[in-house]
Design a protein around this ligand. Sequence first.
Ligand SMILES: [Zn+2]
Length: 317
Amino acid sequence: MSAAAVQTRERELPIFSTQTRLLVVAPHPDDETIATGLLIQQVQAAGGEVQILLLTAGDNNPWPQRWMERRVWIRGTDRQRWGRRRHAEILQALQLLELPRSALQALGWPDMGVTECLLQPENTGVSTLAAAIRQFRPSLIAMPSLDDRHPDHGAAHVLVRLALAGQAAPPQLLAYLIHGHAPDGGFIEVRGSSHEQAIKLTALAAHHSQMALSGNRMRHLAARPERYVEVSSIPKEPSSALPWQPSAWLHPWLRLSVASAAGVQSWRWKDARLQRDGLGIYHLPTLAAGDATPRFAKLAWDLPSPWIFDYWGWCEL
Ligand SMILES: [Zn+2]
């Protein structure tokens, strides 16, 4: 480990100890190893406790499944079988990271359906996350970045933030990014010893179903130092301004959603009663300045698309 890396880590992360309780929020099997394989090992080595909160079984994963099972059509039962396979793979990966079976808590939400879980009218997704966090009492949470372009990842970030809203002493929050462009600076970097890196790559290989078509990409992601952006628990000054200015011809096909601890709202763009200021910035006037924070908005296509990644994604208001 370089001196610079040691300095960065000591300045930004707490010293891990037997008191450290790391909760890794992973939308899919393999996120835990790619994003936090080194962090997990370092917390374990210090005698801390680690739990993985797995949101989905990664069952909606058609191209690797078509390739490995030599089938074109994938029915519901095929998806369930694929999900069981990926569940077995994550258990093997965790074993290689020396975590017991009990360290995995799987919620079994639908793969590519985390946004839908978040946007349920009763905030049940947030309640589920809040209960899991309360039960484990983490001192540190590693979770996806709000800027991640995979919709399940962005939604997972929002769920964790809303689950922690109003907590007097929230755990330290570290956001990891897998899909999209990581920031050039301002991150905490965890580097591993060659032994820790080797164990991480062995755990990655346990995700056979993902290595079949994307082994090079997976190894490239896992070989990077682990980078996290610390998410501040200090409430942001609320704003009604949206960061997007989509062209008018797109408006009929756009949907805007807002999620906060007060609940969720979703409109077609034209029904959101947006106001445009002199600078051309759109505002959601229905958001009162005094409303509870954090609150988040998402802009998305309101029509089915084969492209799974978010174009606009989420922002914090
Ligand atoms: Zn993922």
